[in-house]
Design a binder for this molecule. Structure first.
Ligand code: LHQ
Length: 259
């Protein structure tokens, strides 16, 4: 239910259940977990791209798999969240390389949370975000209540989460929920550009940047200085820093090897 390639250090995960807008099933979760095993074990990892097949990115949990019991019985929803969604989101956040979402269409429910867990998000102009949870009597999960207020502030987070109205890609960009909107026609080109950028990037610097920016929301300024010192010390010894400085002096583009 996904396709996964790993070339030149860049993993591309494509959610692939287009007829159900790539909504999550247990099978899809298992396949994503296997892809993450591979990505985590790859010493030369330089980036990951997440996208979807068809007109949607991800419509959240497959509601067919979680059918409300017609007989009125209730169920524990936390198990799925703890065993499937939490590891997925936490593992993507912890990867020592940027995870870039190239959002090809609508993201709803846990699908929206997945997008927000990515380090950088490009979205086609026709894409929308829907905090669909309240419409089925739930709260935003899969990290949604953590990501949303940090990205857009509590007023917008509350409005979006409580009322569940669609947020357009343009609005999401204006709010700072995503990095950039691209024309629908540029989807494939955006994916190719991101792939080339990640494959040729200063991978160690990217990893340190990701780590530091993620750590900042729980740190004081003094703690963040300590982290910057520790990480910059390491980067000062990398091949890529040497190459970056040489390229600057020689007025040419750097050729980073990711080391
Ligand atoms: C779907 C789905 C879907 C199955 C579209 N499932 N088939 C929840 C519970 C438990 C534990 C843990 O966490 C969670 C977290 C969650 O993610 S809760 C939120 C779940 N997601 C939603 O409530 C979103 C449901 N989908 C929608 O509201 C719409 O499909 C959106 C607004 C995403 C897109 O609308 P349209 O562009 O009009 O497409 P559509 O509704 O016609 O969908 C196309 C097909 O995909 C359709 O099937 P059909 O047989 O009629 O062609 C939908 O039934 C199916 N589909 N989402 N989540």
């Amino acid at each position: 239910e996904i396709t996964f390639t790993l070339e030149q250090g860049v993993g591309v995960i494509t959610l692939n259940r287009p007829e159900r807008l790539n909504s999550f099933t247990a099978v899809m979760h298992a396949e994503l977990a296997r892809a993450l095993d591979t990505l985590e074990a790859h010493a030369g990892l330089r980036g990951v791209i997440l996208t979807g097949a068809g007109r949607g990115f991800c419509a959240g949990q497959d509601l067919g798999e979680r059918k409300p019991a017609e007989d009125g019985s209730r169920r524990d929803l936390s198990e799925n969240l703890e065993k499937l969604y939490k590891p997925l989101i936490m593992r993507l956040r912890a990867l020592p390389a940027p995870v870039v979402c190239v959002m090809n269409g609508v993201a709803a429910g846990a699908g929206a949370s997945l997008v927000l867990a990515c380090d950088v998000v490009f979205a086609v102009e026709s894409a929308r975000f829907i905090q669909a949870f309240s419409k089925i009597g739930l709260l935003p999960d899969a990290g949604g209540t953590w990501f949303l207020p940090r990205l857009v502030g509590s007023a917008r987070a509350m409005g979006a989460a409580l009322f569940g109205e669609a947020v357009s890609a343009r609005q999401a960009e204006a709010w700072g929920l995503i990095w950039r909107v691209v024309p629908d026609a540029d989807l494939a080109a955006t994916l190719a550009d991101v792939r080339a950028t990640l494959a040729a990037g200063p991978t160690r610097a990217y990893a340190a940047t990701k780590q530091a920016l993620h750590a900042s929301s729980g740190n004081t300024l003094a703690q963040q200085f300590d982290l910057e010192c520790a990480l910059q010390r390491e980067l000062g010894y990398t091949d890529d820093y040497l190459e970056g400085m040489r390229a600057f002096a020689q007025k040419r583009a750097p050729a980073f090897g990711g080391r």
